[in-house]
Design a protein around this ligand. Structure first.
Ligand code: HEM
Length: 431
C-alpha cells in the first residue's frame, strides 16, 4: 500500500491517479482508497451513499462549524437538510438575484481604474457582502468588514501546527470565533424578533419547521451552527472559484470582451459567464477532494472498501481527465456551450458533490459567480500584473498568492486593444 505525505496533496493525488482508478494508500493514519472511475464514483456517492459517512475535518473546523449541515451525520444531518433546503429553493434565490447583481455592479465600478488590485481579495469582499446582506440581512458595512476579518482569521488558523507559534494561532482562532459567535447571536435575535418575512435566508431558517417529522424548529445553538456553516461555505468557496476565473480571464482577454458584450446585451441567464465558471470549476474546483468513511463493508463491481476505511474522490482529478475533457489543461469555456454538463456521467464532473451531501447552495453559487464575473467584465478590462499564481489546496483550493491585475475602466480604447490581443496561452502545467 502506498504511503502519502501531506506536503503537496495535489501532487500526491496526481501521482496516485497515475497508478490507476482504484488505488489504496495511507494518508497519515487513515487507510484510503482513491477512486477515479466515474461509474465507481457515482455508484458510491449516489446509489450506495448510505454505506458511507462524511469524514470529519480538523478539530478547529468542528468548533467553527459545530454540528451544521457540513459536519452533521445520519438522522441529524437529514433533519437539518429538511430544515435548511427550503430556504434555498430557486424562487427564493430569484428574489436575491437582483440584489446580488446590484452589489456586483457597485463593487465592479469601485475597483475599475485601480492599479495592481488583487482579484482574490476583491471577490472575497464582494462575496462576504452578498452573504452577509442577502442571506443574513446585515447591512452595516463596518460590521460586514469586521466579520470578514474574523472569518478569514478563523479559516487561516484551522490547521493546527506544531511549534512555538501554535499558541498564537490558537489564541487568534479563539478571539475570531468569539467575535463571529457574538455577531451571529445578534443576527438570530434580530430575525426572531421579526414576525413577518424580511426576505433574507436567516429569517426563513429561524422560522423553519420540520413538517415531515415533529414540526419543531431549530434551537439557537443549531441556528448558530447553520449560520456559521453557510457563512464560511457560502463566501469562501465562491470567492476562490472567482479568483481563479479572474486569473484565467486576465490571460484570456478575448473571453473578457465576450462577457462584457453579454452583460451589455442584458442577457438574462448569462450563458457565457456560466460557461466560464463551469470551465473554472473544472480546472480549479474549490472542494478539490471529498472523503467518506465506510460505515459497513462496501463491495460493488469488484471495488472493496472495508468498514472504517476511507473513500477518496477528487473533483480536481476528474476535471483533468483527458478521456472526458480533450486537452484538459486548456481554458476552453466554449466546451460547455452545447449542453456538455447534461451529457457527462454524474461521476465525471461534480464540483458541487453528489448525493444527499450535494451542495445545498449550488443554485445560489451559480447566481453569485455569474453575476460577479459578468459585472467585473462589464465595467473593467484587466491584465496580469504580478507573478503567476499556483494552487494552494487548503480548506478550499485557493491561489497561493495575491492575484494581481492592472484594471482599466470600461469602456475604454485600451480595453478594446486588450480584447483584440492574442490570449496568453494555456494555463500553467502542473509540476
Ligand atoms: C462555487 C461555489 C461552491 C462550491 C464549489 C461548493 C462545493 C460544495 C461541495 C463539493 C459540497 C459537498 C461536500 C461533500 O460532499 O463532502 C458542498 C456542500 C455544502 N455547501 Fe457548497 N459549494 C459552493 C457554494 C456554496 C454556497 C454559496 C453555500 C451556501 C450559502 C454552500 C453551502 C454548502 C453546505 C451547507 C454544504 C453541506 C451540504 C450537506 O452536507 O448536506 N456552498 N459544497
Amino acid at each position: 500500500m502506498a504511503e502519502a505525505g501531506n506536503a503537496d496533496p495535489l501532487r500526491m493525488l496526481r501521482a496516485l491517479r497515475e497508478r490507476g482508478t482504484r488505488v489504496e494508500f495511507l494518508w497519515g493514519n487513515a487507510r484510503c482508497v482513491l477512486v477515479a472511475d466515474p461509474d465507481d464514483i457515482s455508484r458510491a456517492l449516489l446509489d450506495r451513499q448510505k454505506s458511507f459517512a462524511r469524514s470529519g475535518g480538523p478539530p478547529r473546523l468542528a468548533r467553527l462549524l459545530g454540528e451544521g449541515l457540513l459536519r452533521s451525520q445520519g438522522d441529524r444531518h437529514l433533519r437539518q437538510r429538511r430544515l435548511v433546503q427550503p430556504a434555498f429553493v430557486p424562487h427564493r434565490m430569484a428574489l436575491y438575484e437582483t440584489e446580488i447583481a446590484a452589489l456586483a455592479a457597485a463593487h465592479a465600478r469601485r475597483i475599475a481604474g485601480r492599479r495592481g488590485a488583487c482579484l482574490h481579495r476583491y471577490f472575497l469582499a464582494l462575496m462576504l457582502d452578498v452573504v452577509a446582506r442577502v442571506l443574513f440581512g446585515e447591512r452595516r458595512t463596518g460590521a460586514i468588514r469586521a466579520l470578514g476579518r474574523r472569518a478569514d482569521t478563523a479559516i487561516r488558523c484551522l490547521p493546527s501546527s506544531v511549534g512555538t507559534r501554535e499558541w498564537l494561532r490558537g489564541a487568534r482562532f479563539r478571539i475570531a470565533l468569539a467575535g463571529i459567535d457574538a455577531q451571529i447571536a445578534g443576527w438570530v435575535r434580530s430575525a426572531r424578533s421579526h414576525a413577518s418575512d424580511r426576505g433574507d435566508l436567516l429569517w426563513a431558517l429561524v422560522h423553519a419547521h420540520d413538517e415531515n417529522h415533529d414540526g419543531a424548529g431549530m434551537a439557537d445553538t443549531e441556528l448558530r451552527d447553520e449560520v456559521a456553516t453557510l457563512l464560511v461555505a457560502g463566501h469562501e468557496t465562491t470567492a476562490s472559484a472567482l479568483a481563479w476565473a479572474g486569473w484565467l480571464l486576465s490571460r484570456h482577454p478575448g473571453w473578457q470582451s465576450e462577457l462584457a458584450e453579454e452583460a451589455r446585451r442584458g442577457a438574462h441567464s448569462l450563458p457565457l459567464a456560466r460557461a466560464v465558471m463551469a470551465e473554472t470549476l473544472r480546472l480549479y474546483p474549490p472542494a478539490w477532494v471529498l472523503m467518506r468513511r465506510a460505515i459497513r463493508d462496501y463491495d460493488e463491481r469488484g471495488l472493496s472498501i472495508p468498514a472504517g476505511h476511507h473513500l477518496v474522490v477528487s473533483p480536481y482529478l476528474a476535471g483533468r481527465d483527458a478521456d472526458l475533457f480533450p486537452e484538459p489543461l486548456e481554458f476552453r469555456p466554449e466546451r460547455w456551450l452545447q449542453g456538455l454538463e447534461h451529457r457527462l456521467p454524474p461521476g465525471a464532473y461534480f464540483p458541487f458533490g453528489l448525493g444527499i451531501r450535494r451542495c445545498v447552495g449550488e443554485h445560489l453559487a451559480w447566481i453569485q459567480a455569474t453575476h460577479a464575473i459578468s459585472a467585473l467584465c462589464r465595467h473593467a478590462g484587466f491584465s496580469p500584473a504580478g507573478a503567476p499564481v499556483n494552487e494552494l489546496p487548503a480548506f478550499t483550493l485557493r491561489p497561493d498568492r495575491d492575484v494581481r491585475v492592472t484594471i482599466q475602466r470600461f469602456p475604454t480604447q485600451e480595453f478594446s486593444r486588450l480584447a483584440d490581443s492574442t490570449s496568453f496561452g494555456p494555463i500553467v502545467q502542473p509540476a
